[in-house]
Design a binder for this molecule. Structure first.
Ligand code: GDD
Ligand code: GTP
Length: 526
């Protein structure tokens, strides 16, 4: 049995996504009609469906039995911020158990995992009250990445470790398989960089956001971990607590997979404040991956500027593999990235819909009506070009033309003669007669009057199509250093913005609840 942990962070993060994240946590921002993290959940759900739908295929028999049974969202948002989402997600995926684990504070990308290790490794009880299957492995997914997640390939690589061991006399178990992709030399330094042995896929060297070029192969922020990874994290925890001067107490409660039941019992008995105090900020990248890289017998990683706080001569315990993919992958750091992700998630859905139709596979898609793409209605409905998603409760006038790459949210209202392309229109937004919306995000309950033009720059941070392996530009400066004006960007209307009729709004960001009575270009309207 598998589990998946999605790291969703908390309210103190993601400033680059404002103002869109001011009224909804970034992980719940809708892209292609689904909250960002629902795409992660969907990928986990489909993994089980695909494997079950093809029982004749024995080629993957060693892994077919592994299905994700539980998804844990890990972050430090208040519980009520996620309550509605959890309810609808649970209804959409009845076969999955979906829960939110709230960290006592920002514990980093590995600190929260370690804090909740007993929950992550706990078997799911059967309905008859007996103890269920053990957790064989668990996915860890950064909540702010969007991708055609190659979970199947990661599973195959992770679990085919035995044949790998015999071929290459590699003695150590695989503790973690990291989804990796190639970028350009210039862009690589914005990500975790890995030097990977081409034959064995073992990560030999890992540096998080290096200051100079290390490798074109970068960490996508999606991992498949063995339960024994917690032994390594426990070592790190121990070393860090020793160096912080409270090692004695940690020695008595040291965690290993063999004594985990005792430790967990001891931990449960402790008062909550004590458990919280023992929680420590740890990073999957700087602390865990950097330590595992190079532990395949060639000695631990040397030098680099990854900022690890862990000794390099630490005991070697296992290896990390890189599963390099050419599937689409992107970070979701800025609002511009949401338009890019929208385009790709819509295209993926289109591909899947076609495949299912062609092969007549009857996959129980979650909320099927909600997820289907819209098409031009020959009986006098609105027209579409390319991939368009319209929520069933949205009202679109028959004379409107939508697409390509448009998502229209719940309860939105698109009036007659409206033209929308490459945009996201959020819940309950209204677009007045004959207005044009392009390369823009229209916030919740925002209202655009009649004969307006709301336009952003055609995805200026999109990957350069002429450069192989190029990714979105992650660090475009917001302002031009020369004239202090906004650099070309998509146009964003915050929640509740009111744009009066006949206004032209170009490359601008409008903060929530503003009323615009005149036209603007390249400005942030506060
Ligand atoms: N639960 C929890 N607690 N989640 C966290 C915390 C925390 O304290 N801090 C960050 N996260 C979540 C964020 O919400 C995000 O989804 C993910 O962890 C990574 O966040 P960052 O720390 O901002 O890292 P990054 O996105 O700049 O870089 C990471 O991802 C890149 C790929 O997108 C690294 O893993 C890079 O190596 C990698 O290339
Ligand atoms: P920046 O450099 O400030 O963008 O930080 P970062 O890139 O390190 O942040 P990251 O994008 O990794 O953080 C993403 C997390 O912060 C996500 O889980 C978001 O849900 C959350 N987040 C971002 N902005 C807000 C916000 O304004 N409100 C809330 N509630 N959550 C937010």
């Amino acid at each position: 049995m598998l589990k998946a942990v999605i790291l969703i962070g908390g309210p103190s993060k993601g400033t680059r996504f404002r103002p869109l994240s001011l009224d909804v946590p970034k992980p719940l921002f809708p892209v292609a009609g689904l909250p960002v993290v629902q795409h992660h959940i969907d990928a986990c759900y489909r993994l089980g469906q695909q494997r079950n739908s093809n029982p004749q295929d024995d080629s993957k028999s060693n892994v077919r039995k592994y299905c994700v049974a539980e998804v844990l969202l890990l972050g430090y948002y208040a519980d009520d911020e996620l309550a509605d989402f959890l309810l609808t997600a649970t209804q959409s995926y009845p076969s999955l158990r979906i829960r939110y684990l709230r960290e006592p504070g920002a514990l980093g990308t590995a600190g929260g995992l370690y804090h909740f290790r007993d929950t992550i490794l706990a078997p799911l009880g059967n309905s008859d009250g007996s103890e269920g299957e053990q957790v064989q492995a668990f996915f860890v997914m950064n909540g702010d990445v969007c991708a055609d997640f190659p979970l199947d390939e990661m599973l195959d690589m992770h679990f085919s470790n035995n044949s790998l061991q015999s071929q290459h006399q590699q003695k150590q178990p695989v503790l973690i398989t990291v989804m990796a992709t190639e970028t350009t030399r210039q862009q690589s330094v914005h990500y975790g960089c890995m030097v990977v042995d081409k034959e064995t896929n073992i990560i030999q060297h890992y540096v998080e956001k290096p200051s100079t070029f290390v490798s074109n192969t970068v960490n996508c922020g999606v991992y498949l971990c063995s339960p024994r990874l917690f032994d390594t994290i426990a070592e790190i925890h121990l070393e860090m607590s020793n160096s912080n001067g409270n090692g004695t107490q940690q020695h008595t409660t040291r965690y290993t997979s063999s004594n985990k039941n005792n430790i967990n019992q001891q931990q449960q008995q402790k008062p909550t404040e004590e458990r919280v105090a023992a929680a420590m900020v740890m990073w999957m990248e700087q602390d865990v991956l950097r330590r595992l890289a190079g532990e395949s017998g060639s000695g631990c990683s040397s030098g680099g500027d990854g900022g690890s706080r862990i000794k390099k001569d630490a005991v070697c315990s296992g290896v990390a593999l890189a599963a390099t993919t050419r599937n689409w992958w992107s970070q979701l750091k800025t609002a511009g990235a949401a338009i890019y992700a929208n385009r790709h998630y819509l295209a993926l859905r289109q591909q899947r819909q076609r495949l299912l139709q062609r092969e007549s596979i009857d996959l129980p898609l979650p909320s099927p009506v909600k997820c289907r793409l819209a098409t031009s209605d020959p009986k006098g409905g609105y027209s579409t070009i390319g991939n368009v998603y319209v929520h069933p409760s949205a009202q679109v006038h028959p004379t409107a033309l939508l697409g390509p790459n448009v998502s229209v949210g719940e309860g939105a209202c698109i009036d007659q003669g409206v033209r929308i392309k490459e945009s996201i229109v959020l819940q309950d937004a209204v677009i007045g007669q004959h207005s044009l919306v392009m390369h823009s995000i229209i916030g919740r309950r925002a209202k655009v009057g009649a004969w307006c033009r709301v336009e952003g720059s055609a995805a200026c941070s999109d990957p350069n199509p002429n450069v192989a392996y190029a990714k979105m530009t992650p660090q475009l400066p917001l302002f031009n250093a020369l004239d202090g004006r906004l650099n070309p960007s998509i146009t964003i209307l915050g929640c509740g913005v009111n744009v009066e009729s006949e206004v032209v709004l170009l490359n601008s960001i409008v903060l929530p609840y503003k009323t615009l009575t005149r036209s603007y270009k390249n400005e942030i309207i506060l």
